[in-house]
Design a protein around this ligand. Structure first.
Ligand code: HEM
Length: 475
């Protein structure tokens, strides 16, 4: 829809001088706050937050306008101070401005780094980590365990090993994951200074600048050590145990016919992206899948019956038959519909003005898509708030962003390039947790009063850690 004359901005609540609508969005669960506001002002809503102009998208029809009709001019990311410092001046994939550098990195992802074959090549790593998880849980059968911790450590170990191979020691891994956790919190934190870009000194006054500088220095030192060690090891051992992600990037860097330069900093930025984009998101999804199955015993029984039938008599659920677990795969989809790991995906920024449904979207508007609200829209989902994996059983809806009612991985040009990686890291541990164990709630808690309250952190997680009792299952 092209129009020359300036149209009105999308509707939104009344704005106060200077702060605009900031006071209206403060609340513990911003995805709920924004959905409630959108119920009043519409699925394309304008909010002025300090100096920044924002459009909040809360329906699949409007998401289609962003990710399909206007995808080309909606594929930039806003400049976020924390991200800029931590991602080597936005030279990673996730925060890179739309342009040739970003295109080069995406090409590396789709041809080398995150291809189906590459993800498949990490099968052994996943199976080993999940086997460690099963043994660990088995040793506590009958007593209460903190399953959330075990899930996070399993998924992160899979990612660390895929990135750096088998040799990174436990201490190094712990230190790295703690930095990644700090980074996630710093980027997720609602930074007032980002809403007033003209007042640069705010970043220093709020203490953000110093904090970011410290974390960046630590993460940089750690990446330097890992890269140096890996180069030395390759030169020394000449081992050939399959390429990890860092190997791939170092090899590509050497290629002379690339047509662009992949610098040392770019490699660090991309590796950091894989951790930041991959570990918390996949762990959170797995945690919610277990929580929903505990809350819904009949879905749990169906998922367990399926995996116990397909893997009957086997000691371990490996990846050989995992594609046959149709119900399990629907459980993962239904989990991501109700609990997308990034409730607002990653913010976009328009590069040119455009018109959507008769409203003006000026250039440099931040576009925030409430994927959580879209996944629960009663206009498109029957019993929208109910966990019903069956709805995906005979449905063609996949993760690739073709159906705008289901966009946990985003859509358009900037859709998540790690979908295969993510789904493999969620399905295998889930299948094993269901095959080897029955699960009970402690202290007289029943599925009915099991608390599913959310908390807003780096991603939206279940408020309390999953405290559950595993009971070893013998076929
Ligand atoms: C359940 C797990 C995951 C979820 C829900 C998820 C979701 C997302 C979303 C919503 C975006 C923004 C897309 C957009 O702007 O339209 C994104 C971007 C991204 N994701 Fe994922 N992701 C997951 C796992 C992973 C994994 C495992 C990796 C890598 C191994 C990864 C790598 C990335 C990267 C590099 C980007 C930036 C893409 C760009 O800006 O061009 N993600 N992800």
């Amino acid at each position: 829809q092209k129009s020359k004359k300036t149209l009105p901005l999308p509707p939104g609540p009344r704005k106060l001088p200077l702060i605009g609508n900031i006071h209206q969005i403060v609340g513990s669960l911003p995805h709920h706050v924004l959905r409630n506001l959108s119920d009043k002002y519409g699925p394309l809503m304008h909010l002025q937050l300090g100096e920044t102009s924002n459009v909040i998208v809360s329906s699949s029809e409007m998401a289609k306008e962003i990710f399909k009709t206007h995808d080309l001019i909606m594929s930039n990311r806003p400049d976020i101070f924390a991200a800029k410092i931590l991602t080597y001046n936005n030279t990673d994939i996730g925060f890179s401005p739309y342009g040739s550098h970003w295109r080069n990195l995406r090409k590396i992802c789709s041809l080398e780094l995150l291809t189906v074959n590459r993800v498949r090549s990490f099968r052994l790593i996943r199976e080993e980590q999940v086997s460690t998880l099963v043994k660990d849980v088995m040793s506590s059968t009958g007593s209460v365990i903190n399953l959330s911790h075990k899930i996070f450590s399993t998924v992160s170990s899979m990612i660390v090993r895929a990135a750096f191979g088998r040799n990174s020691g436990n201490e190094e891994q712990e230190a790295l994951l703690s930095i990644v956790d700090d980074i996630a919190k710093l980027v997720a934190v609602f930074s007032v200074a980002d809403l007033f870009p003209s007042i640069e000194v705010l970043h220093a006054i709020t203490g953000m600048k110093a904090k970011l500088g410290r974390v960046h220095k630590l993460s940089d030192q750690m990446l330097e050590t890992i890269i140096r060690d890996q180069k030395e090891r390759k030169a020394r051992d000449n081992e050939n145990d399959g390429e990890n992600l860092l190997d791939v990037l170092l090899r590509i860097q050497e290629q002379k016919d690339l047509g662009f330069t992949l610098t040392h900093d770019h490699i660090k930025a991309v590796i950091l992206d894989v951790f930041n984009a991959g570990s918390e998101t996949s762990s959170t999804a797995l945690e919610w899948a277990m929580a929903e199955l505990i809350k819904n015993p009949s879905a749990m029984a169906k998922a367990q019956a399926e995996v116990r039938r397909v893997y009957k008599g086997r000691e371990f659920v490996d990846e050989s038959e995992i594609h046959e677990l149709k119900y399990l795969s629907s459980v993962v989809k239904e989990t991501l519909r109700l609990h997308p790991s990034g409730v607002f995906l990653l913010p976009r920024e328009s590069t040119e003005r455009c018109a959507i449904k008769g409203y003006e979207i000026p250039a440099k508007t931040r576009i925030v898509v409430n994927a959580w609200a879209i996944g629960r829209d009663p206009k498109h989902w029957d019993e929208a708030d109910t966990f019903k994996p069956e709805r995906f059983l005979d449905s063609p809806i996949d993760f690739q962003g073709a159906n705008m009612n289901f966009i946990p991985f985003g859509g358009g040009r900037r859709i998540c390039p790690g979908i295969n990686f993510a789904i493999s890291s969620i399905e295998l541990p889930l299948a094993n947790l269901l095959y080897h164990f029955d699960w009970k709630l402690p202290n007289g808690i029943t599925p009915e009063n099991f608390d599913m309250t959310e908390k807003f952190a780096a991603s939206v997680r279940i408020s309390e850690n999953l405290q559950l009792i595993p009971i070893g299952y013998q076929p």
